[in-house]
Ligand binder design. Structure first.
Ligand code: CU
Length: 149
């Protein structure tokens, strides 16, 4: 019976700590997240490197709970606003860079695409206030082989 109670208590503590966590970690007001490349409106011939810049905060691995640091997330063609009470989703349009990467090679289908960076904390929650980059648009040109069809 005692064991059951202990589990119930620890489960309650886990729930409580997660609830407390979802408030969002505070970020320095002068934190700035931005794209080093590409720039807004840039036209691409094919695959390209996206490089992430961050000022006044540090980049660390997902799971590392250091103050004023987090890991990058790249949002591709996402229109919904960031919900600071929820962890950043993990799917094809929300890429996590949990190993502390600051760049990635992107190969997107032809056409316009929006890109935006969001910094997430150890548990993938946005900061408070959210540390996000400008949303930029890039245009990927169709490949020559696709054009001739
Ligand atoms: Cu993440």
């Amino acid at each position: 019976m005692k064991i059951v109670c202990w589990f119930a208590l620890s489960a309650a503590l886990v729930l409580f700590s997660n609830a407390a966590y979802s408030q969002g970690k505070t970020a320095p007001k002068d934190a700035k997240l931005y794209f080093i490349t590409p720039h807004d409106g840039q036209r691409m011939k094919g695959g390209f490197w996206a490089r992430f810049g961050l000022r006044n905060m540090g980049v660390t691995h997902a799971g590392d709970d250091y103050q004023n640091s987090g890991h990058h997330h790249l949002l591709i063609d996402v229109n919904e606003p960031i919900d600071s009470k929820e962890p950043i989703p993990q799917d094809k349009s929300h890429l996590h860079f949990g190993a502390g990467q600051t760049e990635t090679f992107l190969e997107l289908p032809p056409g316009p695409h929006t890109l935006q960076l969001v910094l997430g904390d150890a548990k993938h929650y946005p900061f408070e206030p959210p540390v996000v980059s400008e949303k930029i648009t890039v245009r990927v040109r169709p490949a020559i082989s696709a054009r001739s069809k």
